[in-house]
Design a protein. Structure first.
Length: 202
């Protein structure tokens, strides 16, 4: 369902928390990109991946359990891990969010997972999309029906590759109504939305 949930979360500070060993090129790319969204974005020292969320039967980590154990320092905290994540009822998850806590996994964003040639630029682009997606949830946005919007649900990596890394006009306006004004470069008005609005106002 498209829409939002009122959460009143500030974009003043965002902390990227590596969980276990995480590719530094990806962390730096996320920091440099997200500092355009938040007033301050920093990468914190890495912390060990907690053991309790690991499910040996699945060979994956319980995403909600990791999120529950993450600590916040006043701003938004984004956990980043190379480990594969899941949630009850789902085969896997790219990430998730709960208020000020967000979490993304690079495991299934890597081209190598799909037996493709390693590609750092593609990995960075996918990571940024998932980061923006989970931050959007943290800000109260739900999944968007617009395929090109970063808030569109990714059922597979194909969906992630098809969508943009920015919020569509409707999602941007939804945030603006709650006093969150995005930089112009982080919002995109798709042609399909413009056409739909033109038809509606005839």
């Amino acid at each position: 369902m498209w829409g939002r949930v009122q959460l009143h979360i500030s974009l003043d500070e965002l902390y990227i928390q590596p969980l276990g060993r995480v590719d530094e090129e990806v962390l730096e790319f996320l920091r440099d990109g997200l500092c355009r969204l938040c007033k301050k974005a920093d990468v914190k020292p890495a912390r060990s991946m907690p053991r309790r969320p690991y499910n040996p039967d699945r060979g994956q980590y319980d995403g909600p359990m990791i999120l529950e154990e993450m600590e916040t320092d006043g701003g938004i905290v984004m956990g980043v891990t190379e480990m594969d994540l899941y949630a009850t009822g789902l085969t896997f998850i790219f990430g998730m969010a709960s208020r000020k806590k967000t979490l993304i996994s690079l495991h299934r964003l890597r081209p190598e997972f799909y037996r493709a040639v390693p590609n750092m630029k593609l990995l960075q682009a996918r990571a940024m999309k998932e980061a923006m997606h989970e931050i959007g949830h943290g800000l109260g946005l739900r999944h968007c029906p617009q395929i090109s919007c970063v808030m569109h649900f990714s059922n597979s990596i194909v969906d992630t590759d098809l969508k943009d890394w920015r919020y569509c006009r409707r999602c941007s306006l939804s945030l603006a109504r709650d006093g969150i004004d995005l930089p112009a470069e982080m919002a995109v008005q798709s042609q399909s939305i413009r056409i739909a609005e033109a038809v509606r106002h005839r």
